[in-house]
Design a protein around this ligand. Structure first.
Ligand code: GLY
Length: 414
């Protein structure tokens, strides 16, 4: 028997229980946050009809791309609701599925189904790499919790759509289609998050093409997106025929040579998934190195909620990114389950992040558009979504809480 695999879940559970004994936090941080989320999500749902009625786009746009789910707040404080084709459209639905997972209440299931349905249009969408975020977080969670065979078909179609973006010459999945004058085949570190959909499709269909695309993409990214200290470039541009790297740049970070905090979080999460799905030690090493970079960084604040970029010029007078922290916490819980020796450190860091998000970053109950967390930053470099609530911060916050609970009670994470 592999003793490490046998002992690790019990060790993790014990450490998590001990850790929550002396924090001054709510007695049950998971229950407390899910109660809060129930209230906030209900409030958000109540605001959606008004946001849709104020949609000022032309009628053709309204008909072809109806608004479906909340993303953030507008500058006037009203709820910003986006169409299915927005990269964030799957997160709100995912949160509703997490509510159902936690409570088993059929009302949350009903709501989750209601918000999942309009995202069906994405199944044949080949214009983005973000299908993992959009379809796996919505239909994927829905399928995991209900076994709905219709969801399975949507997911398989979405995996095929994503695969059309794979460039065999460069062994990479193209991320964006915009800025064609600037980049030939831009790939962003965020793209690691879409591979989970491909692994799922491989396991469901038996088609090894999905597996090969995911592994090739991860290997090419591991080679070209990382600096020697395991910090990440945001954008790497490729020649699609030869695979030559043409540029290494940023789009949402401070500078080409800086480390954009959310990019680092996507990398941590992505290589943790890679280890889960392949068992390849190289991916586990990569995830461990990325974690080390984050948590030994001299400019990571004491509360472990990073500034929007580790190299932002005016630290400590720079906005934080709570979304990067929430993604990191969720990834760390999974990573802890693969690391006997580092499990303690990882669960401690993840626990500290969740405690600080709960104590100091939570939205006002019954306000803030029904979001859970404040103080995220979408893209300061583009002057967009600075120090605001963002739906993906909330999604990974709930996912991290569920993972904490599963580890604590010795349940499997997946
Ligand atoms: N492209 C996803 C993000 O902004 O993190």
């Amino acid at each position: 028997m592999n003793l490490k695999l046998f002992i690790t879940p019990f060790l993790c559970a014990t450490l998590i229980v001990l850790q929550s004994c002396n924090t001054g936090q709510p007695k049950d941080i998971v229950a407390d946050n899910f109660n809060f989320a129930a209230q906030q999500l209900e409030y958000a749902i109540s605001l959606i009809p008004e946001a849709i009625s104020k949609d000022s786009r032309d009628s053709a746009m309204k008909a072809s791309r109806p608004l479906v789910s909340p993303r953030t707040l507008n500058e006037d404080g009203s709820l910003k609701v986006v169409p299915a084709h927005d990269w964030t459209s799957g997160f709100f639905t995912g949160e509703l599925w997490f509510m159902y997972e936690k409570t088993n209440d059929p009302l949350w299931k009903e709501r989750a189904i209601q918000f999942t349905e309009p995202l069906q249009v994405l199944r044949h969408h080949t214009g983005t790499h973000d299908l993992g975020f959009m379809v796996y977080n919505s239909f994927g969670n829905g399928y995991r919790l209900t076994g709905n065979s219709g969801y399975r078909e949507v997911l398989l179609d979405a995996a095929r759509s994503l695969s059309t973006r794979y460039k065999p010459g460069a062994k990479i999945i193209r991320s964006w289609d915009h800025n064609r004058d600037k980049w030939q085949c831009p790939v962003i570190i965020d793209n690691m998050m879409n591979l989970e959909l491909l692994f799922w499709a491989f396991k469901e269909s038996g088609d090894s093409t999905f597996y090969e695309i995911a592994v090739n993409h991860a290997n090419t990214t591991m080679k070209n997106h990382f600096r020697p200290d395991y910090s990440t470039y945001h954008v790497v541009d490729y020649d699609t025929i030869t695979g030559e790297v043409l540029k290494k740049q940023t789009h949402q970070g401070y500078a080409d040579e800086s480390t954009w905090s959310r990019g680092q979080a996507w990398a941590l999460y992505g290589y943790t998934v890679m280890y889960r799905e392949t068992g390849d030690q190289a991916y586990l090493d990569q995830a461990n190195h990325i974690a080390e970079f984050i948590f030994t960084h001299p400019r990571l604040p004491e509360d472990l909620i990073p500034y929007w970029d580790f190299d932002a010029p005016n630290i400590p007078d720079e906005p934080r990114d709570a979304s990067a922290a929430a993604i990191t916490a969720s990834a760390l819980y999974e990573l802890s389950s693969y690391n006997g020796e580092d499990a303690y450190r990882y669960t401690q860091w993840a626990g500290t992040i969740l405690e600080n998000l709960t104590l100091s970053y939570r939205a006002t109950p019954g306000a803030d558009g029904g979001f859970l967390l404040l103080h995220s930053t979408g893209a300061k470099s583009l002057n967009s979504e600075i120090d605001v609530p963002l739906v993906y911060a909330d999604y990974y916050f709930l996912e991290a809480l569920l993972r904490k609970e599963k580890l604590t009670s010795g349940k499997p994470l997946f």
